[in-house]
Ligand binder design. Sequence first.
Ligand SMILES: [Zn+2]
Ligand SMILES: [Zn+2]
Length: 169
Amino acid sequence: MLQVDLRELARGPVETQGQFTGSDPLFEGLDVVLAEPVRVAGRLHAAGEGRFYWRASLNTRMAGQCRRCLAPVPVPVAATIDALFSADPDALEDPSSYPLAPDATEIDLRPAVREELLLAVPRWVVCRDDCRGLCPRCGNDLNAGPCGCPPAVDQRWKGLAGLQDKLRD
Ligand SMILES: [Zn+2]
Ligand SMILES: [Zn+2]
């Protein structure tokens, strides 16, 4: 459970564990397709008046897509969450801190899961570093070999290429 009762925390650190499928409403609006549930495990403890630290690991696998050839690419996603939940507005300048209502009776850790997942997923996915991508003309996957389209010609050589075409005719 990732909603922790403050009375439980008053007795000592609380082990936290949770799992969220990709279709969980928590991830609504995130432009991320998950191939596996997000698993979270960590420990929440009090750190002074109205302050609570949560340290947890986050693991999942994203159903990525190569930006060049559009092939599906499974991408492991792993992150360490270091979050501060605080009722003190001054503490919230830190991007990894989350507000806690002064009259809160529990801490909801889920917003931190959403945020950290968003930070952990790569924006740029390629199937391999030397992926040749798709031909901009015919759309064939160039990793499978040349497609037969004439090579793209650098502007400087266009005149020369035109001349060669004329000679060939
Ligand atoms: Zn690719
Ligand atoms: Zn082509």
